[in-house]
Design a protein around this ligand. Structure first.
Ligand SMILES: NC(=O)c1ccc[n+]([C@@H]2O[C@H](COP(=O)([O-])OP(=O)(O)OC[C@H]3O[C@@H](n4cnc5c(N)ncnc54)[C@H](OP(=O)(O)O)[C@@H]3O)[C@@H](O)[C@H]2O)c1
Length: 300
């Protein structure tokens, strides 16, 4: 297989996608392509202004694009619940693209008191997905997509200190959140399948893509980024795995990533994630913890 690119996204007329973190980076590129293929795209963003700018940019190229803003701060479970309520009032939801994320910010807590990377990247995703499962189930062959990272490799879930109160290593906690994304996706897909649902869950990662994600990295690394640019995926190419996961002919529980240079760049294909990410016992433990922390139970 030569790999999936935006050219492989077929017509999506009549389908509705919620893309989180759609105002910039991979989320923006994903929203743009989906809108160009005729989908209704809901942009789940924490800033109304940044969402409006993104909508204007998409409309400049696709004047007929069907777009709407959904206010969503994944670091605030009340905001997640309000966003889910707004989306539930839509005529339909076919695909939830969980893309929003933060990488290596200074130590901080979410509104609900969780370490921010675990809180935003995993718990926000978990709660939003759980709240939208009934909406997705209204139509056959709905899909949940979750964006992980190469950084999931070599990571672990710190069940003994989930909020990093005992010491914060930003890189380690980013890896934890991206491992959690995969454990959650695979467990979700297993539970949906066991319950006879036609909704599937698919994971993806963009390799290394040129986006705003590095905003929290030290200045000396950020200044080096232009030199490394030729080796990165553009943001548009980084969205190919997301687009394949969201629209391609793939099975639930699949992991999609770039095909070239050690999964850092190139067209999207099915790739493998770490054995830890496929550990079912770990996944169940994380699921139970996520229900306890968020107070949201997917009920599956
Ligand atoms: N770029 C890469 O090389 C790479 C590699 C591996 C994985 N990823 C993953 O890809 C996903 C997208 O990242 P990106 O590279 O496109 O980064 P980005 O350009 O920084 O975009 C991240 C998006 O997430 C949003 N976001 C952050 N915190 C949020 C919150 N609390 N609530 C709602 N939205 C929030 C951001 O909104 P604001 O603009 O308002 O901050 C932005 O729209 C992330 O999950 C990331 O972990 C990226």
């Amino acid at each position: 297989m030569s790999g999936f690119t935006d050219d492989d996204v077929v017509d999506q007329s009549g389908r509705t996608f919620l893309v989180t973190g759609a105002n910039t980076g991979l989320g923006f590129e994903t929203a743009k392509v989906l809108a160009a293929r005729g989908a209704r795209v809901l942009l789940g963003c924490r800033s109304a202004d940044r969402a409006a700018e993104a909508i204007d940019k998409i409309l400049a190229g696709e004047p007929d694009a069907d777009l709407a803003f959904v206010e969503l701060d994944q670091g605030d479970l009340a905001s997640v619940a309000a966003a889910a309520e707004q989306v539930a009032a839509e005529p339909r939801l076919d695909v939830l693209v969980n893309n929003a994320g933060v990488m290596m910010p200074p130590y901080q807590l979410t509104e609900d008191g969780f370490e921010s990377q675990f809180g935003v990247n995993h718990l926000g995703t978990f709660a939003l997905t759980a709240l939208l499962l009934p909406k997705l189930a209204e139509h056959d062959e709905a899909r949940v997509v979750v964006t992980s990272s190469l950084a999931h490799r070599g990571s672990r879930i710190h069940f003994d200190d989930i909020d990093a109160a005992g010491g914060y290593n930003a890189q380690d906690r980013y890896g934890q959140s991206k491992l959690a994304n995969l454990l959650f996706t695979y467990e979700l897909d297993r539970r949906l399948d066991a319950g006879g649902s036609s909704t599937i869950a698919v994971a993806c990662h963009p390799g290394i893509a040129d986006t705003d994600l590095a905003r929290h990295l030290p200045a000396f690394i950020r200044f080096g980024v232009p030199l490394l640019r030729p080796f990165f995926n553009s943001a548009a190419a980084g969205a190919w795995p997301t687009l394949m996961a969201a629209t391609g002919d793939v099975d639930g529980g699949t992991y999609i990533g770039p095909s070239k240079r050690g999964e850092t760049a190139g067209p999207a294909v099915i790739v493998r994630s770490s054995s830890t990410s496929r550990n079912t016992e770990l996944a169940r433990r994380l699921w139970d913890l996520s229900v306890e922390l968020t107070g949201v139970d997917p009920g599956i």
